[in-house]
Structure formats: structure tokens, C-alpha cells
Ligand binder design. Structure first.
Ligand code: NAD
Length: 365
């Protein structure tokens, strides 16, 4: 298989973590007989410095012409005072809108080797945490009409929450397809005891379920879901939900797994060309010191192989290599246990050595 991947290193630790992810992808290509072409794209603060804007049209075109996009992170203190429309984050919004990615997928997975980093009780963590939240990204209350006005002498603010059947259906399909590639359990989260938009959501999900008889669909109210994520996270495989509920639940879910440096994400739209990135930012406080954790980016590359290129075996190979490296005790600073007894058998490594160890493990057997 040959694929053209647009690569956006971005700012801060972006270039360091992307470098490791590309080395891992090249090792996968070599091992499984594929070829990947990497096309570098300027976005964020570096693009402001070079081109005067965070994502020039020509750069967006490069992304749209690719088979998929891998992003490090953008932003930093240096660009905090530029006018709003020129902020590095505007590049990200332009990219998401330009690619039409309406589905954000964020896994919540606890690596058993890092279990002590979870704020949950050991007995809950021991049951395993490995689920994915599929969040609708470009509809709902964040994109509805809004107004603030004075009525009868007091301020009134209104935010409209609208969903059309087709918007629900397209995100629902991503939920079902994602569950199909995992343990075939999909939990649809809404607030159908109160909201009309949620009642429509539920109806569309059940209509879609007839097309996916191999996936077990269940419904859960969002308030219950927030409790279940901390009480019994092992029950979940895939959660599909609307924009605002997903925003809140996915942050809750990433917290229970420990370190921000470990978590990948994907954003997908109608085409298989997706946007893959770690959930963290550009971490300017540790940039340029070769101490960042590249695993969130490496796992984002694995998601790209699985969801955009349908290369399941190759994605699993990366995930197993990461697992082996953790088994062997290699830890970047963010995942190094603080307590001396827990740190026993662990070895502190930097960003590039972590990448090397992952590649070494990938090349075994
Ligand atoms: P951040 O995620 O960059 O950093 C938060 C903390 O986590 C810092 O202490 C950092 O050192 C640590 N951290 C983050 N990633 C790490 C990694 N891979 N390994 C080890 N430690 C890691 O969030 P922030 O400090 O609030 O934001 C910094 C900049 O990033 C800002 O300009 C912000 O706008 C931008 N940002 C960009 C994105 C993106 O590109 N998608 C997302 C969030 C924030």
C-alpha cells in the first residue's frame, strides 16, 4: 500500500514528537511492505512567522490532497499577542473546517503498566479501562444561534441546540463503524428524558442499529454516563454522543487514564482522509529539551493506520510495541512514578530514546 501523509509538526514540542511518530511509521512501512510519503505542512506559529498567517490556503490544499493528516501541536507564548484572526489555533479551526471533520474520536485507555497514575481506586482500574468516545464536532449547541438581550429589565442569554437527522446519522454511523472494529458494543449517550434534540438522537440511533445487527446498541442518559465513567468504566467499548456532552465526557475520560502525553485522537469526516493528533498542546515549558512523551503522537499514527487506511495489523503492532516498552520500564518524565517503590525497575528516557525503544520493539518477531 502506498499512502501520502501530510505532516504538520507545528510548534513547541510538535516537531520533536512528530519526528518520533514518522520514524515509527517508516519502521511499520518497512516491516509490512508499505510505502508512506510524508509531505510537510506549515501550520500554527511557525506558519505565522514564515507566511504571515496560521494556515495559508496552499498549506490547506496540501492537506486536502493527502490521504491523511498527522499533527503535532500548535501555539505558544510568542503568538499570544497577535490579532485574534491570526492566532495559531485559528489554523487548527480552518484545517478542521476545511477537511469537514465532524467526528472526534478519543480513546480512554489505561495501560496496566501505568495504572497507579489513575486517580481512580485500584480495584476499579484493575477491571480495565479501554473505551473510545465518538463526539459530534461541528453541530449542536456550540454552533447554534445565540443571543444576549435585556428583557423586562434583566439580561437573558439564549443558546440554541439544533440537530438534524442527517447530522445525527453521519456521526451515528461513525459510532457503529468504530464499534464494529472493536468489541461491537455501542452506547449512545443523550438526555432524552428532557431534550427534544436527544429524543431525535435516540430515534436515529435505533433506526441505524437495524443496519448494524452485529453491534449491540444501548442508551444512557448523560448524567448517568458521567457517573458510570468513574464508577464502572470497564463496561464501555464505544460511546457516541453530541458535541457538548462529548466535550465534557471526553475530558473526564482522559483524566481517569493518567497522563495527557499518552492519549491520541482522530477527527474524521465523509472521506477516509482524517486528522490525527495527540490531545495535548505544544507544551512550550518543555520544548526543545528532548523530554516530551511522544507516545500520544505515535498512537495517533496507529489510529491513522486503523481508521484511514484499514491497516489493523499494523496499528496493533504499534500498540503492542508501546506496551512492550512500558513493560520494560522505559518512562518519559511525565509517566515516571514519583514514589520510589513504584519507580523501581523503571528507567527515565527522553523523547528520542522512547521513539527508538518503540521501534526496537516493533522490529522484534
Ligand atoms: P499543554 O497540553 O501544551 O501542556 C500542559 C502540561 O502538560 C504542560 O506541563 C506540559 O509540559 C505537559 N505536557 C503536554 N504534552 C506533553 C507530552 N507529550 N509529554 C510530556 N508532558 C506534556 O497545554 P497548555 O500548556 O495549556 O498549552 C500550551 C500551548 O498549546 C498553548 O499555546 C495552547 O493554545 C496550545 N494548545 C494546542 C493544542 C493543539 O495544537 N491541538 C491543544 C491544546 C493547547
Amino acid at each position: 500500500m502506498h499512502k501520502n501523509i501530510a505532516v504538520i509538526p507545528g510548534d513547541g514540542i510538535g516537531p520533536e514528537i512528530i519526528r518520533q511518530a514518522l520514524l515509527v511509521l517508516s519502521a511499520v512501512a518497512e516491516k509490512f511492505g508499505h510505502s508512506f510519503t510524508f509531505t510537510e505542512v506549515d501550520m500554527g506559529g511557525c506558519a505565522i512567522d514564515k507566511w504571515g498567517e496560521p494556515l495559508p490556503d496552499a498549506m490547506l490544499e496540501k492537506c486536502l490532497a493527502s490521504d491523511s493528516v498527522l499533527l503535532g501541536a500548535v501555539g505558544g507564548e510568542k503568538w499570544n499577542s497577535v490579532p485574534g484572526h491570526l492566532r495559531p489555533e485559528k489554523g487548527l479551526l480552518k484545517l478542521r473546517a476545511g477537511m469537514g471533520v465532524y467526528s472526534n474520536n478519543r480513546p480512554a485507555k489505561i495501560w496496566p503498566q501505568l495504572a497507579s497514575a489513575s486517580p481512580l481506586k485500584a480495584s476499579i482500574v484493575a477491571q480495565g479501562i479501554d473505551f473510545i468516545i465518538v463526539r459530534e464536532l461541528i453541530g449542536g449547541i456550540y454552533f447554534g444561534k445565540r443571543k444576549t438581550e435585556t428583557v423586562a429589565g434583566e439580561m437573558v442569554a439564549v443558546d440554541e441546540l439544533t440537530y438534524t437527522e442527517s447530522e445525527i446519522e453521519r456521526i451515528g454511523r461513525i459510532g457503529f463503524e468504530t464499534a464494529r472494529k472493536r468489541n461491537k458494543k455501542l452506547c449512545s449517550v443523550e438526555k432524552s428524558n428532557v431534550l427534544d434534540s436527544s429524543r431525535l438522537w435516540k430515534k436515529v440511533m435505533h433506526r441505524l442499529a437495524e443496519e448494524y445487527p452485529d453491534v449491540a446498541l444501548s442508551d444512557m442518559l448523560v448524567d448517568n454516563c458521567a457517573m458510570q465513567i468513574v464508577k464502572n468504566p470497564a463496561q464501555f467499548d464505544v460511546i457516541v454522543t453530541e458535541n457538548m456532552f462529548g466535550d465534557i465526557l471526553s475530558d473526564e475520560a482522559s483524566m481517569i487514564t493518567g497522563s495527557i502525553g499518552m492519549i491520541p485522537s482522530s477527527s474524521l469526516g465523509h472521506s477516509t482522509c482524517g486528522l490525527y493528533e495527540p490531545i495535548h498542546g505544544s507544551a512550550p515549558d518543555i520544548a526543545g529539551r528532548d523530554i516530551a512523551n511522544p507516545i500520544g503522537t505515535v498512537l495517533s499514527a496507529a489510529m491513522m493506520l486503523r481508521y484511514s487506511f484499514n491497516l489493523e495489523k499494523e496499528a496493533e503492532a504499534i500498540e503492542q510495541a508501546v506496551s512492550k516498552v512500558l513493560d520494560r520500564g522505559f518512562r518519559t518524565a511525565d509517566i515516571m512514578p514519583q514514589e520510589q517503590d513504584e519507580a523501581e525497575g523503571c528507567q527515565l528516557v527522553g523523547c528520542s530514546l522512547m521513539g527508538e525503544k518503540i521501534i526496537e520493539a516493533l522490529r522484534e518477531d
